[in-house]
Every structure is written in structure tokens, then in C-alpha cells.
Design a protein around this ligand. Sequence first.
Ligand code: GLA
Length: 745
Amino acid sequence: MNQTKTSMAAAILALLGTSGLAAKPATPTAPIHYDADHKTFRIDAGKITYAFGVNDDGILQTLYWGSRLAPDDAVGNATPPKSRSAFDAIGANTPQEYAGWGGPITVMPDLKAHFADGNRDLILRYQNYKIDDGGLQVTLGDKAAKVSVILRYVADPATGIIGRSARIENHATQVMTLDRVAAASWNLPAATDYSLRYLTGTWAAEWHVRTRPLTPGATDLESRRGSTGDENNPWFAIERGGHWNESQGHVWFGALGWSGSWNIHIDQDVLNQVRITGGFNPFDFSYRLQPGEGLDTPVFYAGYTDDGIGEASRLMHRFEIARILPEGPKPKLRPVLYNSWEATEFKVNEPEQERLAEKAASLGVERFVIDDGWFGARNSDKAGLGDWVVNREKFPNGLKPLIDKVHGLKMSFGLWVEPEMVNPDSDLYRQHPDWVLNFQDRQRSLGRNQMVLNLARQDVRDYVFNALDKLLTENDIQFLKWDYNRNWSEPGWPQVAPEEQQKVYVTYVQNLYDIMRRLRERHPGVEIESCSGGGGRVDLGIMGLTDEVWPSDNTDPSDRLSIQDGFSYAYTPAVMMAWVTGSPNWVNKRNSSLDFRFLSSMQGGLGIGANILEWTPAEDATARSYVEAYKGIRATVQQGLLYRLLSPQERAPYSATESVAADGSQAVLFAFLRQGQEAQAYPTIHLQGLDASSRYRYRTIHGTVAPGTPAVASGAYWMSHGIDLGLRSDFDAAAVVFDRVNGDR
Ligand code: GLA
């Protein structure tokens, strides 16, 4: 990280407090205007307009969120809604930007608190606003309770995605205990034809896409596990009308930037209004603010498009690349990686790793990573976690000889770590049994034979930082695969007062972000991958501090088509790692060709995780040619615009994606057939996103096209006429590249 970036990051941190809201300085926000006559705020960004205003009761009321309006269109005065009945008091259902629980409200509040004197009523009313380069801040407050809530709005001019967060401040002379704190609420107009799309899954089966109609009542997407989790991912999309698909339909979508327990509460009320409230999970939550203290929430990002869920995903991808990733707006392309986990598991040793490194380099690999097993007494998952010192039986001379060898082979070097965990059978636990999450004198449940260190403790935070800092200082390492392999249990913190212990949900994650941020600052060349037994910790919070993620331990290339497809709804292929591993695959014993495995993995950041020492010369040659071909298309695949052409969800037989380079000069088509259907031809593929009047020449990386396919044709031809591929047999695949003919624009 260069000096300018470091100091800008520091400035942003100072502005946002310590909760790790934004890991990188934002590029300028879109203009945000205040209309003093009507007391309305209006954001015009990308293709959207977002408006809210102060109504006659002083409530901050959402007015509009949708397609861009004309500059002189009135966004409407905020008006207090009428009371329908004695049960719907004035203001009870008003679509509020940020509601405190108090007065007559019946919707899910953003903030619920109780005070030392017994009061639990909190009425948030507009106080003032400030607009500057950093965006808009609106202050709400309860004057009598002496509480301020500062709402922050930042809008991305390119995608129209808005980031919202809140800071709660206690200015009273008594303790204020927060029971529920959201980052923001998003309100949608009353309608009866909404559908919710969300992501669900479990270990080795992450990223399933699900949809369900919204009807009056509530849906909670959440994690109560202490970290992001894979049961739900903190992302949602709500589509309106019956005719939505990849390229059509109104879609409101969003994602929460938080790597701890989180909640997104989607509520359709009796008036058919929809409210999406997201932030810290209120389950088992409690956070005490002493007089003068404050708490910053994570950021809840959201956007809108008229052009279907495919465009919603592309907006998210562009936003993540430009505004979330630590090296954005121009993050480095993912190097082709080799990881020895599936080849050796815990049995790592210097001579074999050297042989693997030599072989990997000969295939064109650019980064060599040793996975688990290199440290402490780590010969299985039963011991060693916490002891971040090189195992001298496996590496008698330390890691230096291997690292030098890897560098000599022109590859960067990476290492697996799981810094937040400890095995009871470790020197660290024997020395510090009090460092784990636990309740006094209660059982300490194990998960994968390990416990979770209480990172909320400053001494634990310092230990983890220092251990990693030492590792990175003493060894010339370019990459950490940062793993996290269990859920929390017994989340107690006996060293602090009982009423302070639940702060662990917030402070743990703040300290995790703090460690990662300081490591990045002290070791600017080091990249980090977020892994959690696969895709269990992928969210816009951790993505602000890491360069790539591991979507799933499931490396079966057919299962991966669905996993990667689901991932792409919310997150960019720019960070999505995918390995070619052995056949049959360990997950399901399925056999697949090396071609199918490579093509499936080439949809993201390509890696190899097979035991390449066992590959035949023919397999080496195949691998070498795919790695080389991949290098020629990876900029398009990783950072281009993704079009999901045929969906592999619900075990569909087909899957096809197309990536178009940002400058329109190249498109890459991947097509897969899981199972041949009688003598059926593969569906004709109609490309998308090409320049209709430019000409593109096609070339195949693998597979055949129908006889008579023109070598060169217009973008219009490839999009409207389409292309027929010769996929017939089970687990068949093709990749076709379309290069714009020189001179065509
Ligand atoms: C987790 C990761 C795997 C591997 C193992 C090592 O399961 O997801 O990729 O690193 O841990 O123990």
C-alpha cells in the first residue's frame, strides 16, 4: 500500500470509527442534494434516484427509490400518513429511513435500547444534516433521552449503489444498552407482486439460489454463528412483477458488509409495504454505551435496476471491484495458483513440496501455496492450531529453502493459516486456556477438534497480530490463505463484567478487521484469501480487506458450476478461486475429464489442487495449454461483465456463461453439458453485451462449433443468430473466445 493510500485509509477510518466499515478510501460520492423548500434529500447516481425527506412530524421518511427521474421532477413532500384505525396509529407504519423503537411504531425498528433508569422509549426525529466530499450525514436524535443517531449515505456515481451506516451516540449521564442496532432500512413501495431471491447452503454445498414470493409477514436471512456463515449469505434481491428474468424486471438488491453474526429482516406489512432492515444480529445481542460513548454499525449497501437480476449482479461486481476490494478500482488479476492440500493433506515435507513446486512451475503456475500441516505439531486436525512456528521435522531448515526455490521458479509463495483458532492440544492452549470463548465453569464444545480464540480480548488480538507479523517478517511470503473452520459456541467472555460480555459479537469482528488492516499496512505486498471451510466467510466487510475468497471446499467441477453460478449473484468472479483437482473427485467420486475440470475452474481465478506429481506427460501438456489459454482471457473472465446464459441451478443439464471485457474487445463463452439428452442438440447460444456493429472473430479453446459457423461476424450476428456448439456426451464442455477484429470499434 503506498503512502497516499495509507493516509486516505486512515482518514476514512477516523471518519467511520473503528468497526471496519470501509477498508479502502471511497472514490468520490455522487452528488447528494438537499431541497430546503420541501425538506427533501435526493441522490442521483448511476441509473437511479433515491429520495427521502423530513415530514411534519420530524420523521425521516423514504420517498422514492427506483429508476432515475428527470432533474426537475418533484420527489414529493414527505407527509405524515393518515391513521387507518386505532390499531394503526399515526406514524406507526411510516416508511422511515431509520426508526427507533418508541412511540406507536409497529414496524421492526432499526434501533432498540433501554436505559439505566428503566426507560425503553426512543423517538428519533430529524435534527440536522451535512453534505461534503464524504457524502451525506443526517443526524436524528431523541432530545429528552440525549441520544444522537448519525446516518451516513455514500453513493457510487457509476453503479448507483448506495452505502448506508449509522453511528449511535449516548450523550446522557446514564448507561444506554443497545438491544438491536441496524445499519439501515430500505423501504419499497406497497405492492403485492414481490419475490425474494436469496442464497443458502452448507459446507461443500454453498451458494444455492432460492426464490420465494413475498407475502405479508417476515423473513429473516441471518447468521447466529459468530461469523458470516453459509446457511445464508448477507445478500438479497427483491424482484417485482411476474416477468422478471436475467435481463428483465425491477430488482432491488443489497449486501451487508459484516463478518460477524448478522441479520437481514424482510418484512411486508399489512399495507403491503416492504421494509428491509439489516445490521448486527439482535439475537443474544447487547451493547452498553457509557455516557459519551458511541457505536458504528457496518455498512448496508443496496442498488436498483430495471434490467433484471443479471444486471443487478453486474452492478454488484463492478461496485466490488471499484469500491470494495482493497486494491480497487484496479485490483491485480489473480495469479494461477497451485495448492497442495488435496495432494498431500497434512503430510507436507520439504522434498515433496519442492517437487510439487517444480512441476507446478513447469505447467505455468504463478503462485505456490502450502496448505495446512506446516506448523506446530500439526499432523492431523487434532493438534497444533495456535502454534504458528514452522514444524522442524517437516522443514528442518525452516521455510526459507522452499521459499527460495519457489521464488527461483518465478512463482510467489503462500501459506495457509487459521489464526483465530486453537486446538486444546497446543502449546498456546496449555499456556492460555482462558483465551477461548467460554462461559465460566461450563463445557467448551469442540468443532473440528478446535476452539475459537476470543479475539475481542486485546491480549489475544495482540498475540494473533504479532504471530502473523513475525511470520511475514521472517519469511518472504506473498499470500496467506486465512481459514476459519467452525462456528462459535458458548460465546462468553468471563474476564469482563456479565453485562459487558455480549460486546464480543462486535469487538471480535472489529479486532479481526484491525489485525488484517495492520498486517496489510505493514506487509504491503501480501495478499489474503478469505476461506471458512469453503465459502463460509464471504461478505462485503471481509472483502474490503482480502484479495480473493474460496467459495467452497467442493471442487467437483460439475457441482462447482452451480456453486460458482450462485456465488456470482452477489460477488464478482474477480475474487472467486476455483481449482482443478483429482478425478474421481473426493466429494462425490465423480469422474470427469481434465478438460471439463479446467474449463469449470477457468470461470474464476484458476488454481490447481491435484496431485500433479501423478499426472502423465499427456495430462501435463493439456494442463500447460489450458493455463496458457487462461492467461490470455483472465482479464475478461475475472473483471469483465458476466452474463449468465444457461443456468445450472436445480441440477439443470446445461450451464453457460459469457464474460465481456470492459472495453468490449473480447468475449469468452463457457458452455457445459452435465448429461446428454437423447440425441438433442445443445441449445443455441445467443451472446449478450457485444457491440452490435463491431465484428468479432471466434476461436475455440476447447470443443467444436457447428459446421458453417462464420469465422468472423458482427456482434449483432453472434447475439441474434447465435452460435451452435457440438456438445453431446456427459460432462462435455466448450470454451469459445470472440476477439473484436482490429480496427472495429
Ligand atoms: C478447510 C479449507 C480447506 C483446507 C483445510 C485444511 O477445510 O476450506 O481448503 O485448507 O481446511 O485443514
